[in-house]
Design a protein around this ligand. Structure first.
Ligand code: ATP
Ligand code: MG
Length: 499
């Protein structure tokens, strides 16, 4: 499609230079051709004026001793000339000529009757005129001179040599112009390319930066425009310098963000840690008071029971927060061989004891050796399995069938927790692994749910370089955890890898 506005700068510059060159060459060429033609015509006219004078025309009159003038009016350009003397007694029907010569290089001929008639009809005068004589002779520049005896002599010079010379000149100019065009095109292509190279370097830097994951916690833009391209006296340098300044700002903004994130994480970690001791005391004292042997009013016993259970809940919450804060801060997990089969079996039996109203199934491969141990943090991985199973118990009605499965797929071990409960609303699943996300807030809150369970699952699995996903529809909800058998690199949250 021909749309110059969409062309790359390179092409535009090249096209402009070439167009400009063609226009300039055309103007110069046309001017040269025109002036050359004019000056040749002037020469011819001057020779005709000479001939006129020698024949006794209006110039200087007949020079004595040269009445004929034939020899003085020497043949013109290319040695060609025409002379025709028409007798005074001629009429349009009978033209009598006393002289009829056409001199061309190498031959002498005469004008035909038709050509004589053409000249007769051309009403020639003393001012030179261009007439097509016809009959293969072409155009001539002609003047007519009235002789003293009443005869009229017509003298002419052909324009063919002028046209030939001028044509040759035009062809030469065109040829030179074409060669020049190729040279100018090639040279400007190279020049434009080398002059745009700095711009390409700046663009390449910007492109590399745009591909960097700046959203990540450890984001740093070490990319900078090379110093050669940051000279503010050049246009590209201005852009390069501005880009570098921008990148400096981005870097310091990222630093500031990470700094404040670190502070928040540290604060949450410290606060959770500090809360553990007083919570343990509250629980301890509540338990102690409940075991009091002295008679205590039932309302007080009930209140103490509530204090104990709420303190227990708060302890779980604080432990969850502390774990998340530590994972966020990039705290490295244990790296030991973990038998996931044992974890799944044990967790399932724990949940079976806690939720006897549900139906619990185990789906292990026939050959237990098929599922190898994975490298990871046993306590955290156990928490993952328990959180998933606890959800399947807590968020489904009694009688729901919950299946815990284990399988190997390539270099990964897959843990699947499936239930045939009511499922998770589709609009809710994208935020499922975010913190404090709960489905039925009114109900779950009373049941002591905080909405941290799945975010812990996500954080732990990600720290193990694994993935967790969910598919849910009414009657079939499935959480799939994929863990690499031998995770490469540190076992820590990738978001905080640089921390
Ligand atoms: N198997 C499931 N069936 C139906 N809904 C589920 C299931 N698992 C999770 N959910 C929904 O996802 C929400 C988030 O689960 P998550 O484990 O993060 O929090 P929670 O169970 O509410 O609280 P916590 O686990 O911190 O005590 C739950 O509140 C629940 O609405
Ligand atoms: Mg949960």
């Amino acid at each position: 499609m021909f749309n110059p506005a969409r062309w790359p700068l390179r092409t535009k510059l090249l096209a402009s230079i070439v167009t400009l060159f063609v226009v300039i060459i055309a103007i110069i060429g046309a001017a040269t051709v025109l002036t050359t033609r004019n000056s040749l015509m002037t020469q011819v006219d001057a020779q005709l004026a000479d001939a006129q004078r020698s024949l006794g025309g209006p110039g200087e009159g007949d020079a004595p001793g040269h009445t004929d003038g034939y020899h003085r009016a020497a043949p013109g350009l290319g040695g060609s000339m025409l002379r025709l003397t028409i007798d005074a007694s001629s009429t349009a029907n009978t033209i009598r000529t006393s002289e009829n010569v056409v001199l061309t290089p190498g031959s002498i001929s005469t004008l035909s009757k038709a050509q004589v008639l053409t000249l007769w009809n051309s009403s020639l005068g003393t001012a030179p005129q261009t007439v097509d004589v016809g009959g293969g002779l072409g155009t001539y520049r002609l003047v007519a001179v009235s002789r003293s005896n009443g005869d009229v002599t017509i003298v002419g010079m052909p324009l063919e040599p002028i046209d030939r010379n001028v044509g040759e000149l035009a062809r030469n100019i065109a040829l030179m112009g074409l060669l020049g065009l190729v040279a100018v095109g090639g040279a400007s292509f190279l020049l434009v390319r080398s002059n745009l190279r700095p711009l390409r370097r700046v663009a390449a830097t910007a492109e590399r930066v745009s591909e960097m994951p700046l959203g990540r916690g450890d984001a740093r833009t070490d990319e900078r425009v090379p110093t050669v391209d940051t000279d503010p006296r050049t246009e590209v340098g201005t852009v390069g310098l501005a880009l570098n300044n921008l990148l400096d700002h981005v870097d310091s903004a990222l630093d500031a963000r990470e700094e404040s994130e670190m502070q928040v994480r540290q604060f949450v970690a410290d606060a959770s840690h500090e809360l553990r001791t007083p919570l343990a005391s509250i629980r301890g004292y509540a338990e102690l008071s409940r075991r009091e042997t002295e008679p205590v009013p039932p309302s007080v016993t009930h209140a103490l029971g509530r204090i104990e259970s709420e303190a227990g809940r708060m302890t779980t919450l604080v432990e969850d927060l502390l774990l998340l804060a530590r994972l966020d801060a990039g705290r490295e997990l244990e790296r030991e061989p973990v038998d996931l089969t044992r974890i799944v079996v044990e967790s399932l039996s724990d949940l079976h004891a806690a939720g006897p109203d549900h139906v619990w199934h185990l789906d292990l491969p026939e050959d237990l050796d098929e599922v190898p141990e994975v490298v990871g943090d046993e306590a955290r991985l156990r928490q993952v399995v328990i959180n998933l199973l606890a959800n399947a118990r807590r968020h489904t009605p009694p009688g729901t069938v919950v299946t815990a499965g284990l399988a190997r797929e390539g270099d990964d071990v897959i843990v699947r927790v499936t239930d045939n409960g009511p499922g998770i609303p589709a609009e809710f699943t994208p935020h499922l692994f975010e913190r404090f996300t709960r489905g039925d807030v009114a109900r779950t809150r009373t049941e002591g749910s905080t909405g941290l369970g799945l975010s812990i699952v996500h954080a732990v699995v990600t720290a193990h370089h694994g993935t967790v996903s969910v598919e849910s529809e009414p009657g079939n909800t499935r959480f799939t955890v994929r863990l690499p058998i031998e995770p490469r690199g540190r076992l820590a949250s990738p978001e905080a890898a640089g921390a």
